[in-house]
Design a protein around this ligand. Sequence first.
Ligand SMILES: C[S@@+](CC[C@H](N)C(=O)[O-])C[C@H]1O[C@@H](n2cnc3c(N)ncnc32)[C@H](O)[C@@H]1O
Length: 194
Amino acid sequence: MDKLLYKLCYSFSQPNWENGLTPDKLITTASTCSDKPGTALDLGCGTGTQAVALAGRGWTVYGIDFVPKAIRIAHAKADQAGLNSNIHFLQGNISKLNNMGIPKLDFAYDLGCLHTLKSEDQRKVIIALAGLLPRDRIFLLFGLKFRNETGYKYGLSKEQVTGLIEPYFTLDSYEEDMLWDKPGAWYLLRRSAA
Ligand SMILES: C[S@@+](CC[C@H](N)C(=O)[O-])C[C@H]1O[C@@H](n2cnc3c(N)ncnc32)[C@H](O)[C@@H]1O
């Protein structure tokens, strides 16, 4: 979806992903992928629900979203939770990750953002992440299955993700699930040697 549509979603409605919930899969993956909480990146962080949940568990989180209103709300949530010093919310496009001053990471995740990007931009994200995540570190991705909503097509398939990540990540696990009442899948991607 393009930026304008997302801006409209945040301006005139309560988007369906804004339910304030953090999936167990995110919390369990974060707690098992690293000996101790480190630095995480939240791609398409929205209003910061997931970033605040991880920062509350000791992580330093960088959250990126291109909608200014979402970032403003995210800052307010971090403030209210007393977690401002652990969270860095940045307004920007995730396909330009290289120019954002993100440090080396221990973990990265994307809940519902990458699946809307054009394939060339998805590939840019994967290559940038490969430069930020050391070998064996995890990128947890939730992508909705292919959908066609009034002519607007988006989503990911397992075959597509497998091709997209090569040779930088390997698919450790694939688990079908629902998020925001829509079918999709969790992809546990591990940074490989390449
Ligand atoms: C479905 S929402 C999910 C929000 C959040 N991950 C969550 O779990 O609540 C997708 C988010 O990705 C953001 N987004 C989409 N494309 C983006 C892009 N290219 N760069 C930055 N943010 C983007 C949207 O503004 C929106 O906030």
